[in-house]
Write a protein that binds this ligand. Structure first.
Ligand code: TMP
Length: 236
């Protein structure tokens, strides 16, 4: 497909979204920008965009194979991909296989406790409100998604978790948790949007027990660039 990158539609914290000559398609360019704490801490990590683009492409392709529709169309460059334009559903859906991160802060519990079956949490995507946890009745009352959509999204997340656990295990990584975002196409069908990368997954190296993900930046662990590079190398 011959597509030309158009004008900048949206500059996010980490990614830039561009129009194309086709109104149904967009280009997402994964930048090297990194941020944490709702933009409180920022930096630039050389090679991060390339790593995130490659991991996202791999996972989106895998999801499509198991019947979970995504916005991925094709690779555009080392850092960018062509995606379907969708109406974004303003929810962040988190899937947890082990207690970690904000879950442990919220409940003051140990990290690493197995969650089985995996926990699926819905949060409102609103930085100003701090992405608050949202029960299903609040989502439907406020019209962010219908009860049927919430049910379908949870099914998609559980299916994604199943195949992503296996995929990352093959790369020597344990998938602790991850975040997905969803959108609606014109026919109202639900697809996975945004990115699925080291920015949105918590991954622990099977051998060393060390994080190979954005926690290295969030928690000042050092070796951020090396972590993104390492996972990119394992894909090869
Ligand atoms: P948390 O433990 O901080 O809630 O994060 C759970 C997972 O969701 C982790 O893999 C990181 C991912 N995540 C995002 O990608 N974006 C976000 O804004 C948040 C809060 C989490």
């Amino acid at each position: 497909m011959i597509l030309v990158q158009g004008t900048l539609l949206h500059r996010g914290k980490a990614n830039d979204v561009y129009t194309t000559g086709n109104e149904n398609l967009l280009i997402i360019d994964h930048s090297d920008r990194i941020s944490a704490g709702n933009g409180a801490k920022t930096d630039v990590i050389f090679g991060k965009g390339k790593s995130n683009n490659a991991v996202s492409e791999l996972v989106f392709n895998l999801l499509e194979k198991v019947g979970v529709k995504t916005h991925f169309v094709e690779r555009y460059s080392d850092t960018a991909m062509v995606v379907k334009r969708a109406e974004m559903i303003l929810l962040e859906v988190i899937c947890r296989n082990k207690t970690w991160g904000s879950f442990c802060k919220r409940y003051e519990c140990d990290k690493g406790i197995t969650v089985f079956p995996a926990g699926v949490e819905f949060c409102l995507k609103d930085d100003a409100l701090g992405d608050p946890f949202m029960p299903e009745w609040a989502i439907t009352t406020l019209g962010y998604a219908t009860a049927e959509e919430v049910k379908l999204i949870e099914q998609f997340v559980r299916k994604a978790n199943y195949v992503m656990l296996e995929l990352f295990d093959k790369l020597g990584l344990e998938l602790i948790d991850f975040k997905l975002e969803f959108g609606r196409l014109k026919d109202r069908s639900i697809i996975v949007c945004d990115e699925i990368s080291l920015d949105t997954c918590r991954l622990i190296d099977n051998k060393t027990g060390q994080n190979l993900d954005k926690d290295r930046f969030r928690n000042n662990l050092g070796g951020v660039k090396e972590a993104y590079e390492e996972v990119l190398n394992r894909l090869k």
